[in-house]
Design a protein around this ligand. Structure first.
Ligand SMILES: [Zn+2]
Length: 341
């Protein structure tokens, strides 16, 4: 063994010496794993830091926002000289210094534009997002690729955690417990990159670093169990955490067989959707948005997108032939059958 290799082995065994003696620990399983951290904000920074220190083999960080001064009270991978720079890029530089044995990949992009191959190769996905729209998309792709998703959110003194094991436990669409209006808010003002892209500035929501740490600790713990193959110990309930009274509330969340994302009995494929031929396409889309809780959907028939301002009768749609519903919220189009009334 060369002296350089010897040094790496020594560094390695010293570095992890206190965790490898823990019950059920298998450092090799960590090294062979890839964790995807969606969002490099408060929760994402903490997750990425934890997995880096513990020696997960590969960490993929996806965020297209930039560092803002208002992030510095909690997003501990960033400092003042990073303001204005890409969060994912800075996170990679900092994490590589903390543990050179871990492969860090950074993608300065909206996760919805990330190459699917990258998502297919991960063992577990950490939800560190603060946008409801993107979170719904992440839930939908996690279910369609059958990847465990560890969801968490924070709001001031409160936090929540839910583990989604696709087709085994409830997904985020099965029983949404947090009002959509709240989830839609951002927990910090978006950085410049996001303001330019989204052309909106939303009101900041309160966020406390210690709440993030409690919530992120549980989130990482659950991911760790999945990596170590301790699935029977994985959190089965939805946790609501109230840090102002130091209270944890556990809620049972059942799978919804009619869930549009993970339900076995897809409501749209099972049922006909009533339309009138004189109806404007936009009216049909609005009804679907309400029914499915989507932001804004579009309809596709025989490969052509239906024009919002046209009427249903402008297209010769045959009953029982599939019409597809697409939305930025969904990874895959939903199939629908028109029933003319
Ligand atoms: Zn579901």
């Amino acid at each position: 063994m060369g002296s350089k290799n010897k040094l790496i082995v020594m560094r390695y065994s010293d570095r992890y010496s206190r965790q490898i003696i823990a019950d059920n620990w298998d450092q090799r399983k960590l090294e062979e794993s890839t964790v995807l951290v969606a969002g490099a904000g408060s929760l994402g920074c903490l997750s990425a830091l934890n997995f880096t220190l513990m020696g997960v083999g590969r960490i993929v960080i996806v965020d297209y926002d930039t560092v803002e001064v208002s992030n510095l009270n909690r997003q501990l991978l960033f400092s003042e000289e990073d303001v204005g720079k890409s969060k994912s890029v800075i996170a990679k530089i900092k994490l590589e210094k903390l543990n050179p044995l871990v492969k860090i990949e950074a993608y300065n992009t909206d996760i919805r534009n990330l190459n699917r191959k990258i998502l297919r190769d991960v063992q577990v996905i950490i939800d560190g997002l603060d946008s409801f729209e993107v979170r719904r998309w992440l839930n939908s792709i996690a279910v369609s690729l059958n990847k465990p998703l560890i969801h968490a959110g924070v709001y001031g003194w409160w936090g929540n955690i839910q583990v989604i094991l696709p087709h085994q436990t409830a997904c985020l669409e099965c029983q949404p417990l947090i009002p959509k209006s709240r989830l839609q808010q951002y927990c910090s003002p978006p950085g410049r990159a996001r303001v330019v892209k989204e052309k909106t500035v939303s009101k900041p929501t309160p966020i406390i670093n210690t709440t993030c740490m409690v919530v992120s600790g549980i989130q990482c713990q659950e991911a760790l169990k999945i990596i170590l193959g301790l699935r029977e110990n994985v959190l089965k309930e939805y946790i609501f955490y109230d840090g102002s009274h130091e209270k944890f509330t556990y809620m049972k969340v059942d799978r919804n067989p009619e869930c549009i994302i993970c339900g076995e009995k897809n409501i749209l494929e099972e049922r006909d959707f009533a339309v009138t031929s004189s109806e404007i396409v936009r009216q049909v889309e609005d009804r679907l948005n309400i029914l499915l809780g989507l932001e804004s959907c579009k309809l596709i028939y025989k490969g052509k997108m239906l024009n919002d301002d046209s009427k249903i009768q402008d297209y010769t749609i045959i009953e029982n032939e599939p019409v597809y519903v697409i939305s930025r919220d969904l990874d895959k189009p939903l199939k629908l059958r028109f029933k003319f009334v």
